[in-house]
Design a binder for this molecule. Structure first.
Ligand code: DO4
Ligand code: MG
Length: 277
C-alpha cells in the first residue's frame, strides 16, 4: 500500500483504491512498528473516505519531526565518481577506504524545513559550480529501528565543494532545499525485491540530458546494516528517514542548471519530480 501525506491528513492507496484518512498527529501515526496492520484495520473499520483520484490533493513531503540522514559510497559508481572529483585534493583514498570499511559513511542531511516535496523546487548553491541530483532509495524507520516503508529521495550534492576537500561535505550536502522526498511512502511487511530498479532522468528545455538506472542489488551494504549504524548512538523519538546512497552519477561533464527537471522512479514506489530553482 502507498501512503501520501497531504496538507490535511493522509491518503492511502490500497489495491488501486484511494482513501482519505484524518490524522491529527503525523509523527505518532508514522512511528508505528505495525503501521501496515494499523492502516488495514483503519480501512476495514470504515475510517477512510473514498476518493476518485489524487487530483486536487495537496501532496507534501512525507516528513514531520523526523531527521533525514544519508549513507554514502554504498555503490561502486559513487566510489569511482568521488575518487575522480577529489583526485586533485588528495581525498580520493578516503572514498576507496570507506567503500571497503566495515563502518559505512553516514551523515546528517536535513531537518524537515530543508526538505521539499513532490513538484517543489530543489536548489543548487550559489557558491557551487558543479551540481548533481542523487537518486536514492530512502528508508522510513520507526524509533525502535524497524523499517516500515520506503520512499524516493534526491540527495542534491555539490561536487565542486565536496571535491575540493572531503571535510567540506556538510556544505556540499546541507543547505536550504537540498533534498526532495516523496511522492509517497510504500508500506509493506515484505522486504523489497532485490531487483528493484532506481531510474534517473534529467530533462532540460523538454529534451533529455541524462538518464540511467541501477538495481538496488548493486548496493554494497544491507539496509539493516545501514539502519544499525545510524541507530548505534542516536535515538529518534519519532523515527527517522535514511537515504541509502546513490548508484547513479552523471559523467564529469554534466552539471545541473536552473530549470532542469529531475525525475526519479523506483519500482513499486512511484516517481518523484522536481525542478531546479
Ligand atoms: O561521500 C560523499 C557523499 C556520498 C553520497 O552521498 C552517496 O554516495 O550517495
Ligand atoms: Mg548521496
Amino acid at each position: 500500500m502507498k501512503l501520501y501525506k497531504t496538507k490535511n491528513g493522509v491518503i492511502i492507496e490500497n489495491d488501486e483504491s484511494l482513501f482519505e484518512v484524518q490524522v491529527q498527529d503525523w509523527d505518532n501515526f508514522i512511528n508505528d512498528d505495525n503501521l501496515f496492520k494499523t492502516i488495514n484495520s483503519l480501512l476495514s473499520s470504515g475510517h477512510g473516505t473514498k476518493k476518485d483520484s489524487l487530483a486536487g490533493s495537496f501532496i507534501v513531503a512525507p516528513v514531520g519531526k523526523q531527521e533525514l540522514w544519508a549513507c554514502g559510497v554504498t555503490y561502486l559508481r559513487s566510489k569511482v565518481g568521488r575518487q575522480e572529483e577529489s583526485k586533485l585534493s588528495g581525498g580520493a583514498d578516503f572514498y576507496a577506504k570507506v567503500y571497503e570499511a566495515e563502518r559505512p559513511e553516514i551523515f546528517f542531511k536535513a531537518t524537515a524545513n530543508r526538505i521539499v516535496g513532490p513538484g517543489e523546487k530543489v536548489k543548487i548553491r550559489k557558491d557551487s559550480s558543479w551540481d548533481v541530483p542523487e537518486p536514492e532509495l530512502t528508508l522510513v524507520v520507526t524509533s525502535s529501528g524497524k523499517i516500515i516503508g520506503y520512499t524516493i529521495g534526491n540527495d542534491m550534492s555539490s561536487r565542486s565543494i565536496e571535491g575540493e576537500n572531503p571535510l567540506y561535505l556538510p556544505q556540499a550536502k546541507t543547505y536550504d532545499a537540498c533534498a526532495a522526498i516523496g511522492p509517497c511512502i510504500y508500506i509493506t511487511e515484505e522486504p523489497l525485491n532485490s531487483d528493484t530498479m532506481i531510474r534517473l532522468e534529467i530533462n532540460r528545455n523538454n529534451t533529455n540530458e541524462f538518464s540511467d538506472k541501477i538495481s538496488i542489488s548493486q548496493m554494497k551494504r544491507t539496509l539493516q546494516e545501514l539502519v544499525g549504524y545510524v541507530f548505534r548512538e542516536c535515538s529518534f523519538p519519532y523515527g527517522c528517514l535514511i537515504m541509502t546512497g546513490t548508484g547513479i552519477v552523471p559523467g564529469n561533464d554534466f552539471t545541473l542548471r536552473s530549470g532542469d527537471e529531475i525525475k526519479i522512479t523506483i519500482d513499486n514506489i512511484g516517481t518523484l519530480v522536481n525542478t531546479v530553482s
